[in-house]
Write a new protein. Sequence first.
Length: 222
Amino acid sequence: MKYIQRFFVCFLCLQCLSFTGLAQDTPPFFSEIEAFKKQDIVNRPPNNAILFVGSSSFRMWTNVQEYFPGYSIINRGFGGSSLPDAIRYASDIIIPYKPRQVVVYCGENDFTADGVNAEIVFNRFTTLFEIIRKDLPKAHILFVSIKPSPSRLKYLPEMVKANAMIKHYLNDNRKTGYVDVYSKMLLADGTPMPDIFKADKLHINEAGYAIWQKAIKPHLKK
């Protein structure tokens, strides 16, 4: 009986260790991506739509379809993601939809990690770009510039550099576009407009999204 009890205890310990290992190995935002997949099974998005993908600025734009009537929009913004996250999940939430256009807002959160500068963000973006271009050669790729958040003023010089590098890169590639929202969100003195951001000074409110809508719409593909 004692041997059975010991065996049972050992078995439970191994199970706990196994589950702990799985939890530690689970990549960031895994549950959100799985939720997208389950949602797609229930209501499959159409092919040849416009895919918005990136970080929380897109994730929180829950009524984005209302801003662009006449266009078929799929919103796959997730968490507080950075470019490595978009790269990790490209085969899950970009490629399968076969969109005619991919609109990317990502890279801002990257700067909050130690040692990340404009060149690193640029290289991460080009990696994502190449993945999309390889698997979706006909898709138009549109990058929305990194925005000037009041809570991240210390990163703005590097963000400006990254925006410029990405814009130049896209100019040298076919079926691409660049949306400058950065300059449209500044006051005359060059500081971010305070009234277009929420209380956290990071995420934009309806007034901010109105600026984005006006800047993005001319670039969308019918």
